[in-house]
Design a protein. Structure first.
Length: 153
């Protein structure tokens, strides 16, 4: 069963169970999928990789919003709880991220393979790693680790 079908089934079940929080998240994801499908220049199938990409980008949006609502303190407390539950829901579908130790090892290996010794070339390394590990690592984390390794070899 494809991820899009899983989302449809989850929505039906959430509505049956009167689980409004889950239903709202799935509806938002379905809206994002429709936006992607109808975007100018899109042609092709809505496969699982594309669904995962949409879920991942929505999670990233939520994480940015979470920081802003946490800054609001008590006024944003209700939204913080809602956003955290939405992030948890999205993470059920996404592949597990790489831990810090594995990321360091990967960056160290690719630094050697690409013969990068200058922090000015980190962009090339980030691009190389993101091609093969998209969804498992964040570009900002790769950059941070690479710059740290280059500063302290």
């Amino acid at each position: 069963m494809g991820l899009e079908n899983q989302l449809n089934d989850t929505l039906k079940q959430a509505i049956k169970n009167k689980d409004l929080r889950t239903a709202d998240v799935v509806r938002m994801l379905k809206t994002k999928l429709v936006e992607r499908r109808t975007a100018k220049g899109f042609s092709g199938e809505m496969d699982d990789a594309l669904v995962l990409d949409v879920i991942g980008s929505y999670r990233k949006q939520l994480q940015k919003a979470l920081v802003e609502f946490e800054k609001a303190g008590d006024r944003g407390a209700a939204q913080v709880a809602q956003i955290r539950s939405e992030i948890e829901f999205c993470e059920r579908y996404l592949p597990a991220g790489m831990d810090e130790g594995a990321l360091r090892a990967l960056v160290r290996e690719r630094l050697g393979a690409l013969r990068i010794t200058d922090a000015k070339q980190v962009g090339r390394l980030v691009g190389d790693i993101m091609k093969t590990h998209k969804g498992q690592v964040e570009a900002a984390d790769v950059k941070r680790v690479a710059e740290a390794l280059l500063a302290n070899p």
